[in-house]
Design a binder for this molecule. Structure first.
Ligand SMILES: [Zn+2]
Length: 420
């Protein structure tokens, strides 16, 4: 992705740098050729020429661009799970995914980590974004996901003879798990996403307390991925699935719904980040019935929500790390609502706004393995900056009002917001 040229000053706002430090009431950011060269108190701002570009934050908040840490660009607000794989051909889903990427950027998400994609769309979309062909967040791609045969994502009955070619690589045993990883290596993914456990969303054979992969399969995925310097994560709700993933060497955990003491100790010992994606549960409970979601599924989401909220609180309180991402892309939890996850963590889970925003910026960048250049407003980092009217630490729902954003900046370019 190109960097802007020239000098820009952003001032007249409270600076929240994303490191977890207290905000600076009268802050300023200096950007030179797309890189931050100063972020701090306005009185300490180095002298610049009068004719450089000035952005007035209007007394609002100057903060790092957000990171969607569990982004499904190819989920096109489907009303039924099966539509994720077979409703449209890959050509059309690629277009829908590009629209979702543009929307995410307009929502202030300057980076996103894919949580799985139809075919290899996210890998190629990343190339299109990096080459400035289409607007979107800086991406970490994961392509197709790996699930044990008969697991959560293997939903087509045998008599249909259609498999799960688009969304999932189904595996039976460690050899097939290795083979699936090697396919993904050739595809060019950065993360391998797996399904160690089931989910309340599809409770027929695999609910939120069941396992969909063996430890041996998971370990084979990790070994092979790590040989190629690729990271591994997994949809882990059931306690034993979380423990298996941590023992197998997973680099991140998605959901981490039902953590017990053993799982938490392992997590902290290995300093593995968790992306809970909790608002999805709430949205399913609230909006699912309108889409025909059965009560048994709603009940499962309620149990997952309560377990997940408690696990998230315990992880952060014990010094662990959480990424903010929301599994958006279902009719009841559509793209564009990303920042509802942040408000939910403040209002329902009970975390402090300053902690939630750090999770959504700094930890997100760490999950993308790009914290040396993204995620905080510090000297030397890429100028991925979000300027929002009002104080987001007082009212985190301001991050949902994209039509009021002053600017969404990537590498010093104003990509969205009123000034773009
Ligand atoms: Zn997901």
């Amino acid at each position: 992705m190109k960097l802007a040229t020239g000098i820009t000053v952003i001032k007249n706002g409270q600076l929240f740098d994303g490191t977890g430090a207290e905000p600076v009431p009268d802050g300023a950011v200096l950007i030179e050729d797309g890189i931050i060269t100063f972020a701090g108190k306005a009185v300490d701002l180095p002298e610049v020429a009068d004719d450089v570009e000035q952005i007035d934050a209007c007394g609002g908040t100057i903060m790092p661009g957000l990171v969607e840490a569990h982004f499904h660009p190819t989920y096109f607000n489907v009303a039924a799970l099966v539509d994720l794989d077979i409703k449209y051909p890959v050509e059309y889903v690629s277009i829908l995914a590009a629209c979702n990427a543009k929307l995410a950027l307009e929502c202030g998400y300057t980076s996103a980590r894919s949580g799985g994609s139809l075919f290899n769309i996210d890998v190629w979309m990343k190339k299109g974004i990096e080459e400035d062909l289409i607007p979107g967040p800086r991406l970490a791609a994961s392509g197709r996901e790996i699930c044990g045969a008969g697991g959560l994502m293997d939903w087509n009955p045998e008599f249909r003879q259609i498999g799960m070619e688009g969304l999932i690589l189904l595996v039976n045993g460690p050899d097939e798990a290795r083979s699936a990883v090697r396919t993904l290596v050739k595809d060019g993914v950065e993360w391998v996403k797996t399904y160690p456990t089931g989910d309340a969303a599809a409770p027929d054979a695999n609910d939120h307390h069941t396992l969909c992969m063996t430890f041996e399969e998971m370990h084979a995925v990790v070994q092979t991925s790590h040989n190629h310097n690729i990271k591994v994560t997994g949809h882990c709700r059931a306690t034993q699935g979380i423990i298996n993933a941590l023992r197998a060497g997973y680099d991140a955990i998605e959901h981490g719904s039902f953590m017990n003491d053993e799982a938490l100790d392992l997590l902290l010992e290995r300093d593995v980040a968790v992306v809970p994606a909790l608002y999805f549960e709430q949205a399913s409970i609230e909006n699912g019935p309108a889409y025909g979601m059965p009560q048994s599924v709603i009940d499962g989401h309620q149990e997952t929500l309560e377990g997940g909220a408690e696990s998230a609180r315990r992880i952060l309180a014990a010094g662990g790390r959480l990424g903010m991402g929301g599994d958006f892309g279902f009719a009841w939890n559509p793209h564009g609502d990303y920042a509802k996850e942040l408000e939910f963590f403040v209002n329902y889970v009970g975390l402090k706004p300053i902690d939630v925003i750090k999770c959504a910026t700094k930890t997100g960048a760490e999950l993308m393995d790009r914290d040396h250049e993204l995620g905080t407003l510090e000297k030397g980092k890429l100028a991925d900056v979000l300027v929002v009217p009002g104080n987001v630490l007082d009212d985190i729902s301001l991050l949902q009002k994209r039509d009021q954003f002053i600017t969404v900046m990537q590498g010093g370019f104003k990509r969205a917001g009123i000034l773009s």
